[in-house]
Design a protein around this ligand. Sequence first.
Ligand SMILES: C[S@@+](CC[C@H](N)C(=O)[O-])C[C@H]1O[C@@H](n2cnc3c(N)ncnc32)[C@H](O)[C@@H]1O
Length: 219
Amino acid sequence: MKQFLYDYPITNIAIQIGNRDIELKVVDDPDRFLDTLSREDKGGRLYLPYWAYFWESSIGLARHVSELGETLSGQHILEIGCGFGLVGIVACQVGGNVVFTDFEHDALLFAKHNAQHNNVHAADYVQMDWNMSCFQSKFDVILASDVIYEAQNWQPIIDFLKNHLILDGTVLLAEPNRKNASGFFRELRENGFTFEKSTCSISLDNRNAQINLYTIRRD
Ligand SMILES: C[S@@+](CC[C@H](N)C(=O)[O-])C[C@H]1O[C@@H](n2cnc3c(N)ncnc32)[C@H](O)[C@@H]1O
C-alpha cells in the first residue's frame, strides 16, 4: 500500500554511511510534483522544488562527515539547504550540535521527521533563505550539499559563509562536478577563502556520479 507523509507519497530508503544504517523517507517520483511545487517570485524568478529530490552529493558529504567522526563532536554546525536531512543526521550522529536549515518549509518537515526516525536530536530546524539570514550567531562548521548549481546563489552563499563562519571555522561542501562550479570557487578565492578538494564516486539508482568534496577555510 502506498505510504504518505505530509500528503506526499513517499519511498523508504536505507543507506549505509560508514558503519551507520540510516533510513530516510523521501518523496516518491518527485517529477510528478514539478508543476504544483514550482513557484515564481514577483520578479519572475522560477523556484523549482529541488528539495524533493534525493541527491548523490548528500551521500558523498554524509560519508565525509562520518569519516571526520569525533573531530566534529561538540561543534556548532549549521547545514544550509538541508533537503531530506541526510548530512545533518550524520553530523548529529558524530556528536555535532546541528541546526538544519532550508528555505522550503516541507523540506524541513522531512528533515525533522527523518532525524527523529533515526533517533538523533538536532539543535534546531530553521526555515531560512541564505539571501536573508535570520541568524546572529556564527558556527564552527557549515555544511552545504549541492547548493551551488545556480550562479545567482554564489555570492549570497559566500556572504552567508563570511557572516556565519567563525574565523577558524570550516565549510564542508559537496557538488556533483557541474560544469559551472569552477565559477563559484573563483569567487570564493576572491572573497578570501581557500579550499582543498577530493573526489568520490557515488552510485544511486544505477547511476554513478562523481562528487567533489571541498574543505573550505578562510585564507
Ligand atoms: C539540490 S537541493 C540539495 C538538497 C540536499 N542538500 C541534498 O544534497 O540532497 C538544494 C537545496 O537547497 C535549498 N535551497 C535552494 N535555494 C535556497 C535558498 N535561497 N535558501 C535556502 N535554501 C535553499 C532547496 O530547497 C533544496 O533543499
